[in-house]
Design a protein around this ligand. Structure first.
Ligand SMILES: O=C(CN1CCCCC1)Nc1ccc2c(c1)OCO2
Length: 327
């Protein structure tokens, strides 16, 4: 019965969180992403112009999956593609002896520029793995039956190292009870329904809830346009800046706390988390941590929300469920 824990190191402004993973005989820093289902990394096959500064996987330790290839495009239109090897992958002591490791032969500039990240480790459902002609399992699905309990947990923090655990829930990491809600796996995401939202101390709702996904790979909190609009209407100097691609606020603002009702419980995102980051170094205008989910099709509970809670991704029962507790 395997269990394990690995650190989640925040990158600048908590834009993403990176964790050490041993693949074959190299240790790489990967972005654990509950919003996708591919484990891919920069490799010795990647063009040098794209992989400069990144840790590389050397497929010589693996066994090539003949004829298998992968090609993924994320919601922010970043992309990567390549071929596939079966190799040993170890995360916090939890070992998958033959994990599908997707070696990149091409990546978009967003990944080239993010020199701290050597790739992604997908933790969504294997139904959306992009390997063709035969999709392969995520790391969690590969090791699931060998775990003490078929769960992983997410404990991200603002500006500090958090952790992911596999195979167990750590009661020292949260307060109060864990509130569980059912997950709809039809789209391959950890998808659930949020009941409603409100701002500040008031219980004046900023809007009804809706369909949402828990996504560690997305930095911000994308909500229905009406909820985002109502939230920013309470902040002096807040504006929707279409050139910046979303709501901005004065960096000097103190945004109100943001409350989310899930499973009949209310979880609070401190207002400071929503004063996300200066548009550019030294700017006095900041990008908002809450943005509209217009065009996405569902809300995205990314890191701005997840770093305010302890989250349990539970596939140990008859159907998957998500648990949330106050941190
Ligand atoms: O693409 C992502 C997350 N993605 C995770 C892998 C690394 C690159 C970023 N999130 C996302 C998903 C939907 C979106 C969006 C962003 O912006 C608008 O719609």
């Amino acid at each position: 019965c395997q269990t394990g824990e690995v650190a989640a190191d925040p990158q600048l402004y908590d834009q993403s969180y990176l964790s050490p993973v041993t693949i074959g005989n190299s240790e790489l820093m990967l972005d654990f992403d509950t919003g996708s289902a591919d484990l891919w990394c920069f490799s010795t096959e990647s063009p040098a112009a794209q992989s400069a500064g990144h840790g590389l996987y050397n497929p010589s330790t693996g066994t090539e999956l003949d004829g298998a290839f992968w090609d993924i495009t994320y919601g922010d239109q970043s992309a990567a593609s390549g071929n596939v090897f079966a190799d040993k992958v170890v995360v916090g002591g939890v070992t998958a002896t033959k994990q599908a490791v997707e070696a990149a032969t091409s990546v978009s500039y967003e990944f080239t520029e993010d020199v701290a990240s050597d790739g992604l480790l997908g933790l969504a459902f294997s139904s959306i793995n992009t390997i063709l002609p035969q999709p392969q399992t995520t790391f969690f699905d590969t090791v699931r039956n060998s775990l003490a309990k078929a769960v992983f947990t997410v404990d991200l923090k603002k500006g500090a190292a958090g952790s992911y655990t596999f195979g167990y829930i750590d009661s020292s990491k949260y307060s109060g009870a864990i509130t569980y809600v059912p997950v709809n796996t039809a789209n391959g995401f950890w998808q659930f329904t949020a009941d409603g939202y409100s701002a500040g101390g008031s219980d004046s709702s900023t809007g009804r809830g809706g369909v949402a996904i828990a996504d560690t790979g997305t930095s911000l909190l994308y909500l229905p346009a009406s909820v985002a609009k109502a939230y920013y209407s309470g902040i002096q100097g807040a504006t929707f800046d279409f050139r910046q691609g979303g709501y901005t606020i004065p960096c000097s603002a103190t945004p109100p706390d943001f409350n989310v009702a899930i499973g009949g419980k209310t979880f609070t995102v401190p207002g400071s988390y929503i004063n996300y980051a200066p548009l550019r170094a030294g700017s006095s205008t900041c990008f908002g941590g809450i943005q509209a989910d217009t065009g996405i099709g569902f809300s995205i509970f990314g890191d701005v929300f997840l770093k305010a809670v302890y989250a349990v991704f539970d596939d140990s029962g008859s159907s998957p469920r998500l648990g949330f507790a106050a941190q």
